[in-house]
Design a binder for this molecule. Structure first.
Ligand code: BGC
Length: 766
């Protein structure tokens, strides 16, 4: 007994505790909160600052403490038993440093497929499993909150961070994010759904004012977050950098309290994006509970506001309480003894499997799956150096990336490996020259490498290659990332890429051989002008560290492709409604937050979302524009028939049923989309809107499955700005069962009664 008392006294002394101080985890949050000094409270709502920010690891949000390379930590108050918890990026896997000073172990993480690929699977169960594997790495490497998923809407094809995001459609974005959150959080670690909200361009991302109508906000930009909050209960939300109708999102009480908490019932914590906003006191008052990574200026702003009465201690306490609740539920506070040994082998298998289900077969003139092929000629620099994912905080320090070349070799094909060394040297030389050309702003780690310039083999070499090989595969790669939007030049094939495509195709066709193009890209590119040149086009996205193996599994037919596009591929960039108001090629080509040359340019400081709710297919449908590939599109090696459509509405839930049969000769899965077309009412309505979707299991030839798709009847509503209410018009609704948004296979109708759900009159345009 005496000994035990001695030990606990020693522990208290070590931790700087005074006997009698309440302890988080043992005593109630109320007691702990009451025991905190004002200074402790203000420190606590601010992170611990950016360790290493001015040092060599100039990655936004790097902290060398606890888990090196994690983005941030919370402020510890040892005397009250409040530990520092670790916040680390995502979303394509955990981002921490792979090596540590004086430590021979390695801390690699699995690079899973990019968000856009996960959304392209249209498979919520699969996404949940990927989340589960990611969450295990978060847990076992000692992090507490995973700064993912990212679910902003693909408003324009050129947003540099689209690869992290899911879709142009809020239902796909919300359902995918919800599945991801459920998976990650099943490990008892937290997520942070980001960037809340309207973070649809990187150009001037920390200052841009997005001017958006309340209806477009509610129906398009907020809807995915609403679905995620309601269906998965994320521990935290990360506010975005930008402003909404004149106010920083992190300083908007309308957004962070009225909509997020009062209307949607969110119970967790809101944190800023790193250095987001410009007034710490306003952030606290708005309900932005934690400021990351934390600055002295924010401390001063909050203290000053408390002193002059513009912020009350009661308002501060609301945020402090939420921070305490977050810390209390963390693995760190629960004393979890992490192993630093997640099951990387098992997760490599997870990423390989999931990646192949999100690849989208765009064209196939009878060449895929490859048959009677032994010798394969690969072209395009990226074939030798596959891109696993995008750059910036969404990058992952992986142990390896399987290239297409290696994937093909692993499957037993003979490939032109002799070209590998020269190609890799060419890529490295160009990368080094590019790096040397960068301004000395300490952020060179963030600049996405421009694609390597292609070389086109001489005619004699091409002819010999076509003679010696059974098929040609050309990979075109694109990379992008945080801070930068893509350019219109990046959107199209370069002259050299086009020349490579034309010449390889001519040489192989001359010998009666086929050509396949693989797109190793993170965002939409122009395809209409060249897609009919090769014999097949496979959109592989950026498929994580096992990319080359996953592509090969599709090429060989080990699995039939079943991915479908979560966005539209327009014929021209300027066809997209948002392109009229997007910083396409602002003066510097790309625009970096620290450079202010572009100030005053249209869509740099202020972006007016004049297309309103008409984003993606809603726009192309309304304008009746041709597209290169419609939303929801994707081919398979087999075919499917839809039958027996039925829809019932009981006033609470719409339940739709359809039977899908595999009518082809190989096994495959089919993603089925349920769109609704509303009766004419008072508001302008899209031609159709996605309301639910599902995927069959793998159906054997001839096999059928009935899919049941449900959604709340209230989701038939549109947002009426004048009434500030969600309104369902009475009448007959048509439900469209689609293989894509432009391939509707069957329909059914159901009646709905009128209803009106009031919402707060907030977030108005000024
Ligand atoms: C990004 C966030 C990220 C944070 C921490 C910011 O630059 O926008 O997505 O979570 O850094 O690294």
């Amino acid at each position: 007994m005496k000994k035990a008392m001695l030990i606990s006294a020693a522990v208290l002394a070590l931790a700087g505790c005074k006997a009698g101080d309440p302890q988080l985890g043992k005593d109630s949050i109320d007691k702990v909160l009451k025991a905190m000094t004002l200074e402790e409270k203000v420190h606590f709502v601010i992170g611990t600052g950016m360790a290493g920010a001015s040092g060599e690891s100039a990655v936004v949000g790097a902290t060398k403490k606890i888990v090196p390379g994690a983005a941030g930590t919370t402020y510890p108050v040892e005397r009250l038993g409040i530990p520092s918890i670790v916040l680390a990026d995502g979303p394509a896997g955990l981002r921490i440093d792979p090596t540590r000073e004086g430590d021979e172990n390695t801390y690699y993480c699995t690079h899973f497929p990019i968000g856009t690929l996960l959304a392209s699977t249209w498979n919520q169960e699969l996404v949940e499993n990927v989340g589960k594997a990611m969450g295990e790495e978060v847990h076992e490497y000692g992090a507490d909150v995973y700064l993912a998923p990212a679910l902003n809407i693909h408003r324009n094809p050129l947003n540099g961070r689209n690869f992290e995001y899911y879709s142009e459609d809020p239902v796909v974005a919300g359902k995918t994010a919800a599945a991801y959150v459920r998976g990650v959080q099943s490990n008892d670690v937290g997520t942070s759904i980001k960037h809340f909200a309207y973070n649809n361009q990187e150009t001037n991302r920390t200052g841009n004012n997005a001017v958006i109508s309340p209806r477009a906000q509610r129906e398009i930009y907020l809807k995915g977050f609403e679905i995620t909050v309601k269906e998965s209960d994320p521990w935290t939300v990360m506010s975005s950098y930008n402003k909404i109708n004149g106010t920083y999102t992190s300083q908007s009480k309308d957004l962070l309290t009225t909509v997020l908490r009062d209307e949607w019932g969110f119970k967790g914590l809101v944190m800023t994006d790193w250095y987001g906003g410009d007034n710490g006191a306003e952030q606290i008052a708005a309900g932005n509970d934690m400021l990351q990574p934390g600055t002295d200026l924010q401390y001063e702003q909050i203290m000053a506001a408390l002193q002059d009465g513009s912020l009350s201690e009661a308002e501060l306490d609301v945020c402090v309480r939420r921070c305490l609740e977050l810390v209390a539920r963390s693995p760190k506070a629960r004393g979890y003894a992490y192993s630093n040994k997640p099951d990387l082998k098992a997760h490599a298998a997870v990423t390989r499997q999931s990646a192949l289900e999100g690849m989208v077969l765009l064209e196939n003139k009878g060449v895929l799956p490859l048959k009677d092929v032994k010798n394969v000629a690969v072209f395009g620099c990226t074939s030798f150096d596959f891109i696993a994912g995008g750059t910036g905080s969404g990058n992952v320090n992986r142990a390896y990336t399987v290239s297409l070349l290696d994937g093909l070799k692993n499957a037993g094909f003979n490939v032109n490996e002799s070209d590998k060394e020269a190609t890799l040297k060419h890529i490295a030389d160009e990368a080094a020259a590019f790096k040397a050309s960068l301004p000395d702003d300490g952020l060179s780690a963030f600049y996405p490498m421009p694609r390597p310039s292609e070389f086109v083999p001489a005619p004699a070499r091409l002819a010999a290659s076509a003679q010696a090989n059974d098929v040609a595969i050309i990979t075109f790669g694109r990379n992008s990332g945080e801070f930068f939007d893509r350019t219109s030049a990046d959107f199209v094939l370069s002259a050299k890429e086009r020349e490579l495509l034309d010449k390889v195709t001519a040489a192989f066709h001359a010998k009666g051989k086929k050509v396949v193009v693989v797109l190793n890209i993170g965002g939409v590119i122009e395809t209409a002008s060249w897609k009919n040149v090769p014999d097949a086009v496979l959109l592989a996205w950026q498929a994580g560290q096992e990319g080359g193996n996953s592509v090969t599994d599709i090429l060989t037919g080990a699995k039939s492709p079943s991915g479908k596009l979560p966005m539209t591929f327009p014929v021209n960039l300027m066809d997209a409604g948002s392109s009229a108001n997007f910083p396409i090629d602002s003066e510097t080509g790309v625009y970096f937050t620290n450079r202010r040359e572009d100030v005053g340019q249209k869509d740099v400081d202020v972006t007016k979302y004049e297309e309103g709710i008409y984003v993606g297919y809603r726009w192309f449908d309304k304008k009746e524009l041709p597209v290169s590939y419609p939303f929801g599109y994707g081919l398979s090696y087999t075919t499917f028939a839809y039958s027996a459509p039925a829809v019932a509405n009981d006033g609470k839930t719409v339940t739709a049923r359809v039977t899908v049969q595999n009518t082809g000769s190989v096994a495959g899965k089919e993603a089925v989309q349920l769109y609704v077309s509303a009766p004419a009412g008072t508001l302008d309505k899209p031609v159709k809107e996605l309301k639910a979707y599902g995927k069959t299991k793998e159906l054997a030839p001839g096999e059928s499955q009935e899919l049941t798709l449900t959604f709340p009847t209230s989701e038939l509503a549109s947002f009426d700005e004048e009434a500030s209410a969600w309104k369902v018009d009475a009448g007959t609704y048509t439900f469209l069962f689609g293989a894509s948004s432009r391939d509707i296979r069957c329909t059914a109708t159901a009646e709905a009664a009128a209803s009106e759900t009031p919402a707060h009159r907030v977030l108005l345009m000024k």
